[in-house]
Design a protein. Sequence first.
Length: 190
Amino acid sequence: MPDWTRALAYLLFWVVSMTLFTRWLARSRQRAHGVASNCVRHTKVMLIVGVAGMLSFAALLVAAHVLPIEGVNALATACLVGMMLLPAYLVADYRFARHVVSDEGMDFGRPTGRRLFFRWSEVRAVRFGNLGHWFKIELQAGEVLRVPAAMAGLPAFADQVLRHVPAAQIERDTLRMLERTARGDLPPLR
């Protein structure tokens, strides 16, 4: 097989795989079972992806040291360990990034386990970042919080933001997106 057809096959595989994964993730946001109406959190898809990623890189790390592969050195080991940290972040985010919205404000959980409560009156600005696909909340104190569009429970979040944060503090395009999200039309995942 010529090199260009192999490259095309890999590209096609990647595009199809990512399309199917994105659809799976989008459907899981809609059908999140056991999510309280005021809770914004990741779906089980993130946990599955995180655990599968950690196990994959752990298997590569073990194979690199068990099998007689020439060139496996400390740098390669460090790279594999570093790659294991990326899906570990997803697992930690799944476990701790559970946000609770109320009329008073939002109890925000970070992947480190640290929690932060803020009142809606403390919000300086809200905007949606297309690159990271998250709602970015800037607080008066300078803290920046991000709520990924891949989370379940976004309609409750959007409703609370629209009711308690003045429209002047919400970016115009973000305001329209929050209105659609509050009605159940979630932001697309790309």
